[in-house]
Design a protein around this ligand. Structure first.
Ligand SMILES: Cc1ncc(COP(=O)(O)O)c(C=O)c1O
Length: 383
């Protein structure tokens, strides 16, 4: 099959405009042209993130951005509360542990949201906690957390709120300044419609203050150095930047800006609702409840007798639709549909039609056209 429909929660399809921009000739990363590129990209990211906070960029996977937070903001032995409601929350807890933090995890059933009241209780029980880490959009379960509610539940202003927003940046509303989120970690390969390879970190004044009081245990990830270079008259990065990815990201940011942020968020929300309606019309269940279901990824529970690997293999080989499996303890129990980045209704309709046919191939009793019809109802109602 020469074409496929990539519907995983990242990396996501890169718009042709962005891919071509990434092929531009190399430039001097210490020259004025690069300075203008870096300035436009960081200012564009500030707009997408609705923040005045400095946004730092590193050549890395998103996990690198998470490690950078640990290296700059946590001293060995410091008490950190990590809310774990899926694989990526568990990863952040592990990163904090490896960095020497005294980690307390607050565990929630996978497929449910972090409860602000539970965060409040944990902080009341333990006044030594100075940082709360939350996965804004838990990609392994398809759940979006109420970051604003979590901040409101935190009883002390000096507690830093850190959000892994890797699968929400550029797709789901996130207002760090308004909501009081001190640290946002993102990555290029999902909502930002850019190839993998860029991690971003946005830090509030409160987070910078903490960084100033903490000895950074990394040369590469040093936030203060990155900010110093960024704030030079000709913006730069301390080490060689991923120039081609920045070209691509600049183009994708221009596209998001032209569409309008509210429209981008709405598009994701509507497509997600259409996916959920389609999936349910097939008689399948979603892992997340409607109140916390993610706009960028839907986790679908595999019914008895339907083997995930078989289903995804058939979808890929026969129908050219690529979906993702479950992770960690959800492996073999769910599959995931990504609807993030450069997605539109066509992708959703094709995905649901293919899913329906593959389910029939595997013996599920499904009426032709049910899933697409249910999705059409959602899409039609939204105009
Ligand atoms: C919520 C979340 N956090 C962290 C990561 C890790 O990102 P990366 O694979 O770029 O390191 C991902 C990737 O899917 C994610 O969705």
């Amino acid at each position: 099959m020469d074409r496929h429909c990539l519907m995983i929660p990242g990396p996501t399809p890169v718009p042709v405009r962005a891919a071509l921009a990434g092929a531009a000739p190399m430039i001097n990363h210490r020259g004025p042209e690069f300075g203008a590129l870096l300035r436009e990209v960081t200012e564009g990211l500030q707009r997408i993130l609705m923040t005045r906070n400095t946004v730092l960029l590193f050549p890395a996977a998103g996990t690198g951005g998470m490690e950078a937070v640990a290296a700059n903001l946590v001293a060995p032995g410091e008490r950190v509360l990590v809310a774990v409601a899926g694989e990526f929350g568990a990863r952040f807890a592990e990163i904090m542990r490896v960095a020497g933090a005294d980690v307390r995890t607050l565990d929630f059933e996978w497929g449910t949201a972090v409860e602000p009241a539970a965060v409040a209780r944990a902080l009341e029980e333990d006044p030594s906690i100075g940082m709360v880490v939350v996965t804004h959009n838990e990609t392994s379960t398809g759940v979006t957390m109420d970051l604003a509610g979590i901040r409101r539940a935190i009883p002390r202003d000096d507690v830093l709120l850190v959000a892994d927003a890797i699968s929400s940046v550029g797709a789901i509303e996130l207002r760090p300044d308004e909501w009081g989120v001190d640290v946002v970690v993102g990555a290029s390969q999902k909502g930002l419609m850019t190839p993998p390879g860029l991690a971003l970190v946005a830090l509030s004044p409160r987070a910078w203050e903490k960084a100033g009081r903490t000895r950074c245990r990394s040369v590469y990830w040093d936030f203060a150095a990155a900010r110093r270079f960024l704030e030079q008259p000709t913006p730069q990065t301390p080490y060689t930047p991923a120039v081609s990815l920045l070209y691509a990201l600049r183009e994708s940011l221009r596209m998001l800006q032209a569409e309008g942020l509210e429209n981008v968020f709405r598009r994701h929300a509507v497509l997600a609702r259409a996916v959920r309606a389609g999936v349910r019309a097939l008689g399948l269940g979603t892992l997340a409840g409607e109140d916390c279901a993610s706009s960028t990824v839907t986790a679908v529970v595999l019914p008895d007798g339907l083997e995930g690997k078989k289903l995804l293999g058939l979808l890929r080989q026969k129908y050219g639709v690529v979906l993702a499996g479950g992770q960690g303890r959800l492996a073999g129990r769910i599959f995931r549909v990504g609807h993030v980045g450069r997605v539109n209704w066509q992708d959703v309709v094709v995905t649901l039609a293919a899913l329906e046919m593959a389910c029939r191939d595997l013996g599920l009793e499904v009426e032709h056209g049910r899933a697409v019809a249910a999705a059409e109802e959602v899409l039609g109602a939204e105009g």
